[in-house]
Design a protein. Sequence first.
Length: 163
Amino acid sequence: MIQILSGVGLFFLGMMVGAFFHRSFQGESSKNKRLEQKLAELQDTYTRYQADVSAHFMETAQKVQTLNQSYRDVHAQLAKGAGTLCNDEQADDFLAISFAAEGGPREKRINPEPETQTPPMDYAPKETPEEEGTLSENYGLKEAETQIEKEAEATTIEEPPRT
């Protein structure tokens, strides 16, 4: 009787040890499968996102192009109306502005006077042409080098002669 009970007990013990090893090894592979599925899902989501962004910008570019064409059509309509409804001088002024905006004849285009404009000064002006400017690589090095040399001479320690 003891042999039968010990055999049944060992059988169940072997089943539990087998189940434990099976779960520990099978658990890793199922975990890997889940991670691979999650990765594939995320890649699909990212691909769809990229396609949506690309489609959005293509649609936006087409709408901007349509808007520009509509603007040109409205401007042409105004120019046509100005030509038929206004006197010749006003129509010529409007058409000149129209051509200037489109890059056409620029005879009536308004330009600021170049004499009143000066370029920005992003540097300190030199007093003489021979003087180095502040953007020069050597600017201010002479003064710094002399200070360093003076400090080095003052702190020089004489070594005793070697025998």
